[in-house]
Ligand binder design. Sequence first.
Ligand SMILES: Cc1cc2nc3c(=O)[nH]c(=O)nc-3n(C[C@H](O)[C@H](O)[C@H](O)COP(=O)(O)OP(=O)(O)OC[C@H]3O[C@@H](n4cnc5c(N)ncnc54)[C@H](O)[C@@H]3O)c2cc1C
Length: 339
Amino acid sequence: MNDTVDEVVRTAAAESTEADIHQGGVLEVAYTPAQLARLKAFHETELSYGEKDRTLHGARLHPVKLVKGLARTVEALGVTIHESTPVTEIRPKHAVTPYGTVRAPYVLRCTEGFTASLKGQRRTWLPMNSSMIATEPLTPAQWESIGWEGRETLGDMAHAYMYAQRTADDRIALGGRGVPYRYGSKTDNDGRTQPATIEALHAILTRFFPQLTGVRVTHAWSGVLGVPRDWCATVTLDRATGLGWAGGYVGSGVATANLAARTLRDLVQQDSGQAGPADFTTLPWANHKVRKWEPEPFRWLGVHGMYATYHAADHRERTTHTTTSSRLARWADVLTGRH
Ligand SMILES: Cc1cc2nc3c(=O)[nH]c(=O)nc-3n(C[C@H](O)[C@H](O)[C@H](O)COP(=O)(O)OP(=O)(O)OC[C@H]3O[C@@H](n4cnc5c(N)ncnc54)[C@H](O)[C@@H]3O)c2cc1C
């Protein structure tokens, strides 16, 4: 995964894709004593995997610029991308759209948070909403009071965690959980964000950076993540049907999707008897099986219950300064399969 970040950076440079990439590493902060205990435990685990003192591989980028650059690159290679053509059903060797059915020896489903809208996939990956805000560009004086010269990606260790980046045009873009999930696995396609979510994210912004209280929020948007029942991403090819899929990255899919795509490519090449350039088919996520989410109303109750519990646990940890993670949050993790 760490090498994959380098691979994305390297490929974007090789293809002259300007995506505001800055490999400044990751800065994880603890806001409370309980978060500090979790951060230390996380750090110990990272060290046991051979990580160095800091996660230097992490990079900030502008995802839309990356996607547009990628599209330009593959179109230049002769690939046709059909936009505004929803696939409504996938069957072996067939992808059904309102305009006709596409036939191919392999059909690969990489629809992440939107997977639930496909026939038969409602309970496969839970469409979890994630929302972000961006401030107006900050002044040099404001940046001087904040610091953050390294432009690391920033995150905390709350149960309902936040994440943020200093953008190329000197804004702060900050994200977290809004309305976590809509009943019946419904997905929004327009990115609209509820005022209450914007307010909640603004409150996190000013809690982290009190000097930004009067700063304007100029953008807010939302999207869906794909969450598997065990919160583990998978890459699968069913050899019998030629159907494949990759996804379930939860909130960390920009680099992960790259490695998943290369794994899926290797699975297809292996199946069709071609030798691939690298073999990722032995990674533990290849053909990993995961059970489906529960039917409604249990899905809705489980996710909303989990986030209500996380918010209560975060509040308790902030107000009591306890050094141990709330038992409630640990119970919610077990119930929803998060750990
Ligand atoms: C607000 C927000 C913040 C995030 N922050 C981060 C972050 O900081 N770091 C990180 O690594 N990840 C982050 N993510 C997650 C990351 O964006 C995703 O994991 C990543 O985009 C997954 O890539 P993908 O190509 O698998 O899926 P997507 O980018 O979701 O693309 C799926 C594509 O499939 C298309 N599609 C869906 N259904 C159909 C259909 N039926 N027919 C045809 N086409 C279809 C969609 O239009 C879309 O183009 C964030 C996500 C959100 C919403």
